[in-house]
Ligand binder design. Structure first.
Ligand SMILES: Cc1cc2nc3c(=O)[nH]c(=O)nc-3n(C[C@H](O)[C@H](O)[C@H](O)COP(=O)(O)OP(=O)(O)OC[C@H]3O[C@@H](n4cnc5c(N)ncnc54)[C@H](O)[C@@H]3O)c2cc1C
Length: 382
């Protein structure tokens, strides 16, 4: 069965190949409003893709013009990137829209979502339809096409738990592929897309969502308590997936600053993994150190705790400072003017203090984009 559930007019798959020049090549585009950290950024050019045929068309003209082949960079909601002041690349922005049901049984539905759909809106929509499994991933910013890149995760659920396949364009060979769950090589905040940046452009994501409202995962942190409160308010014994989603929305809104009010890109540092021996030594000096043992005999340490104990809650180098309530989040107090260099200065300062106190190295979570659109690795983090 294939039924269009909600399809925007922009998602109609026209086969148009004659694109207006304005669509193919918008020059010197200000992207400072296109990244949630609100860093100043001007890109050489931007190509907005509202259907897959436009990508075929753009890449055909790109391949036929070997004299002028700027580097390509894929950008969606800009909530997990640190953009350079001058981005000397052609930015491809996947904005294809549409949500389609491709199969339905008593137990599950198969749903295909186009890359340009807002992730949170899709999660809310799916719960409203009675399709469950994604409720714990509510309120994660960004678009659906970017979600597989770092296998987004929160409150005990990762994208891979419900994902079936990804349809993506392989830029080097200009071919379309359907990648299975195995092909995506998912790991913790990781995937083949993340490991080979600017190689794939994801255009559709296929999910299998279940229809059993009694299956919920609410054991994580405060979620159980808040979801149960919602259930009781509605005279229900057990929380529903909608209760869990609402609990997670509430908790996230309390914990994390809204990028629209205070620009940020979520958790800035990854929780570092250290040996059990180092953790035991640290525990002697810092009995309250927060760590989670991992089966491979290492310990994941809460980076937010380390930053706070280094005296840097609310600290950093102005205008980039850690959030007053959540030290793991770096915020930009000079929106649209602060640059990637300001972020580098602040992150180096914070990481150096943490290293000096605990001898633990911090690594960055958001993706550092070089001026040519390539990915920069941890060169600025101690
Ligand atoms: C307040 C806040 C809270 C957050 N909470 C979480 C959380 O709980 N869990 C979590 O996992 N993440 C979290 N994030 C990080 C971020 O929201 C996710 O990584 C999200 O999936 C990024 O989506 P985006 O559309 O903004 O991607 P972008 O930032 O635009 O891109 C991210 C990367 O993906 C690539 N990319 C983007 N779109 C495509 C595509 N269609 N095809 C191929 N490559 C693509 C880009 O080149 C870039 O390398 C949070 C961020 C913020 C600001």
């Amino acid at each position: 069965m294939t039924s269009a559930v909600r399809l925007d007019s922009s998602a109609q798959q026209t086969m148009s190949t004659d694109l207006p020049p304005s669509l193919l090549d918008a020059k010197s585009v200000d992207l400072s409003h296109g990244n949630t950290m609100a860093l100043a950024c001007v890109a050489d050019s931007v190509v907005t893709l509202t259907d897959e045929a436009q990508l075929d068309s753009f890449m055909a003209s790109y391949a036929n013009n070997p004299e002028h082949q700027p580097s390509l960079f894929v950008l969606s909601g800009g909530s997990n990137v640190l953009l350079p002041a001058q981005l000397e690349a052609t930015v491809l922005q996947p904005q294809m829209r549409g949500i389609t049901m491709t199969a339905q049984t008593e137990r599950y539905v198969d749903i295909e979502v186009m890359a340009g759909e807002n992730w949170h809106d899709f999660v809310v929509y799916s719960v409203e339809q009675g399709w469950y499994g994604l409720e714990n991933l509510a309120l994660i910013p960004g678009l659906t096409g970017a979600a597989p890149v770092q296998n987004i995760g929160a409150y005990g659920v990762q994208l891979e738990d419900c994902l079936q396949y990804v349809r993506a364009y392989h830029l080097p060979t200009q071919t379309w592929h359907r990648l299975s769950l195995t092909d995506c090589q998912f790991g913790y905040r990781d995937s083949v897309f993340k490991r080979t940046p600017n190689t794939w452009l994801i255009s559709r994501v296929g999910f299998r969502l279940h229809t059993d409202a009694s299956k919920i995962l609410a054991s994580y942190g405060d979620v159980q308590t808040v979801a149960q409160r919602y259930a009781e308010q509605k005279n229900r014994l057990q929380p529903t997936p909608a209760d869990v989603m609402q609990a997670i929305i509430d908790i996230r809104q309390q914990k994390l600053p809204d990028p629209k009010q205070l620009p940020n890109c979520g958790s800035f540092f990854q929780n570092p993994i250290i040996s059990q021996a180092q953790f035991a030594t640290l525990q002697q000096t810092y009995p309250t150190i927060v760590g989670y043992p991992i089966p491979d005999a290492t310990v994941k340490v809460a980076a937010g705790w380390l930053i706070e104990q280094a005296g840097l809650k609310g600290g950093g180098i102005v205008p980039i400072v850690t959030h007053q309530q959540q030290a793991l989040v770096l915020t930009n107090h000079s929106p649209y003017q602060a640059t990637q260099d300001d972020v580098a200065t602040a992150q180096y300062y914070i990481a150096a203090h943490v290293y000096e106190k605990f001898a633990i190295q911090l690594s960055r979570e958001p993706v550092w984009i070089n001026a040519d659109g390539s990915i920069g690795y941890d060169e600025h983090v101690v």
